[in-house]
Design a protein around this ligand. Structure first.
Ligand SMILES: Nc1ncnc2c1ncn2[C@@H]1O[C@H](COP(=O)(O)OP(=O)(O)O)[C@@H](O)[C@H]1O
Ligand SMILES: [Mg+2]
Length: 253
């Protein structure tokens, strides 16, 4: 078996050189980390579920004209993606108060926000991903004003799509994080959604029971993480096995 060149190993994924120039293979590990990797565990099965759920979401984003890095899933743990120049920001969209926003501003978790709020965090493990404003982003050259506009427009479109997708299967999208990158195609550059979208970077609450179906189960030592991710996959109609998902979302009463 030929050895692939490993480009990067992060907390949850490994990037390998892809089969063609400009492509990468994104491998989903079972590692779970929180609080900037101060907490770390291996949770068997998580990588497979995140690969499938992220595939499902990115495929739908591509289909409705929201540009992403996703090409196709290769196997249970790997997907083929377009290599992009990652913009060093975590873009968070919030619909309901939770997590750090609830804490920082003293708002009860679960309070509906007056409108969707976009936040930016500078991607830096050493600095614990500090929150930054558009002023910092442009002053330090992480992205220019046009790119920030593009990122915000993408984030809102993703939010609208995901909100509806999850609403249809009885799940409230509380908030989520995306990463964006610059995709160069000839002389053209456009901003696309990169990385992953999975219960690792969304807050998903069951509409009926308020059960958490996301990584907060790990952050808060609640257990049942894989069962929760499995439930998200099941409701989205993602079938077990190696074939691409065919069925659509499953409506739950
Ligand atoms: N299409 C892409 N091209 C290049 N880099 C990417 C792409 N998609 C995601 N990445 C980067 O790959 C890494 C994914 O591994 P991950 O384990 O999430 O890393 P981290 O610990 O830095 O969050 C991230 O640093 C992410 O920014
Ligand atoms: Mg990451």
């Amino acid at each position: 078996m030929s050895r692939r060149r490993r480009i990067y190993e992060g907390k949850g994924k490994v990037l390998y050189e892809g089969p063609e120039p400009g492509t990468l293979i994104q491998f989903f590990k079972d590692d779970a980390t929180a609080f900037n990797a101060k907490k770390h565990d291996v949770i068997e099965g998580k990588g497979v579920l995140n690969n499938r759920i992220s595939e499902f979401i990115f495929e739908h984003l591509n289909r409705i004209g929201i540009p992403t890095h996703f090409i196709r899933r290769v196997n249970m743990r790997e997907q083929l993606i377009k290599e992009v120049e990652i913009i060093p920001l975590e873009i968070v969209v919030r619909n309901v108060a939770a997590g750090s926003l609830a804490k920082r501003l003293g708002i009860d978790e679960g309070t509906m926000l007056p409108r969707s709020i976009i936040e930016f965090y500078y991607k830096s493990d050493e600095l614990d991903d500090p929150m930054v404003s558009e002023e910092h982003i442009t002053a330090f050259g992480w992205a220019n004003p046009q790119e920030i506009d593009d990122i915000m427009a993408l984030a809102i479109r993703v939010n609208d799509f995901l909100t509806g997708l999850f609403m249809g299967v009885g799940i409230q999208l509380v908030d989520f994080k995306i990463e964006c990158g610059r995709l160069y195609e000839g002389d053209m550059m456009r901003i696309v959604v990169a990385d992953e979208i999975s219960p690792d970077n969304c807050r998903l609450w069951d509409i009926e029971t308020q059960d958490k179906l996301d990584k907060d189960r790990y952050r808060r030592d609640m257990g049942g993480l894989v069962d929760a991710y499995q439930e998200v996959a099941r409701r989205l109609g993602i079938v077990n096995g190696n074939e691409p998902p065919r069925s659509g979302p499953v409506l739950v009463k």
